[in-house]
Design a protein around this ligand. Structure first.
Ligand code: Z5A
Length: 213
């Protein structure tokens, strides 16, 4: 595969959408113009339908169980990886992803308390050794996340979870990021321009060190 896969992660309101846009612009300045943007869950017709099911508050008057949620997220992910991301990388395109597998480790593993071994087993079976070349985790507190999302209006099924859920999710993100060199942490509690400048610094450094750009 000659393309590269860069992923942005973080709690809602961390600034992931903005960061994805910044990265695509930066890559363009490096002459990397063949870049696609993906989001998870989503990005294919089936994955987008699953996204709607996962996010809506009332689903046929039936609760989505934690395991069903996890499996729907993996179903959406494998549709996206096999049908869009891998073919793009094989063509030499770069992919900038708004969330990927780390979200499941953090939200379903940390937030929902599903055993990490079970999630890792699913990951290994479905994704094998496929993983992002670089992940940037935008770290914010659950309180800041809530402030930013509440400004947007109606909250979805996951966004209405408790502060405890988001605290566990953030803690799991941090724990996983600290033990993996391919995950870099950015303090996203700062003003937007400072977050953007950190993001540029990390990408520039990574491109220069890994690919001698
Ligand atoms: N989910 C899961 O549980 N497990 C999984 O495996 C996966 C997902 C893949 C979909 O997420 C939901 O699925 C998500 C996790 C779960 N649910 N929850 N909760 P999503 O990625 O589609 O939705 P999101 O995380 O809710 O995205 P978002 O709210 O759009 O956040 P964002 O993209 O990180 O932020 P943004 O749109 O760039 O910015 C949000 C607002 O904050 C906006 O008004 C900005 O102007 C403001 N902002 C951003 N940065 C700053 C700074 N630095 N200062 C001040 N204001 C800022």
């Amino acid at each position: 595969m000659s393309g590269k896969f860069i992923v942005i992660e973080g709690l809602e309101g961390a600034g992931k959408s903005t960061a994805c846009h910044e990265i695509i612009t930066l890559l363009y300045q490096y002459g990397i113009k063949n870049v696609i943007y993906t989001r998870e869950p989503g990005g294919t017709p089936i994955a987008e339908q699953l996204r709607t099911l996962i996010q809506q508050k009332e689903m046929l008057k039936e609760e989505i169980t934690d395991y069903a949620e996890l499996l729907m997220l993996y179903a959406a992910r494998i549709q996206l990886v096999d049908n869009i991301i891998k073919p793009a990388l094989e063509r030499g395109s770069w992919v900038v992803g708004d969330r990927h597998d780390l979200s499941s480790q953090a939200y379903q593993g940390g937030g929902r308390k599903i055993k990490p071994d079970f999630i890792n087993h699913l990951k290994e079976e479905l994704l094998g050794d496929f993983s992002p070349d670089l992940t940037l985790y935008l770290d914010i507190t659950p309180e800041i996340s809530l402030q930013r999302t509440q400004k947007r209006g109606a909250l979805d099924r996951i966004e209405i979870e408790s502060l405890g859920f988001f605290t566990r999710t953030r803690n799991r993100y941090l724990a996983l990021a600290l033990k993996d060199k391919r995950i870099q942490i950015i303090d996203a509690t700062q003003q937007q321009n400072k977050v953007t400048s950190q993001l540029h610094k990390k990408i520039n450094q990574w491109l220069q060190e890994s690919y001698k750009f």
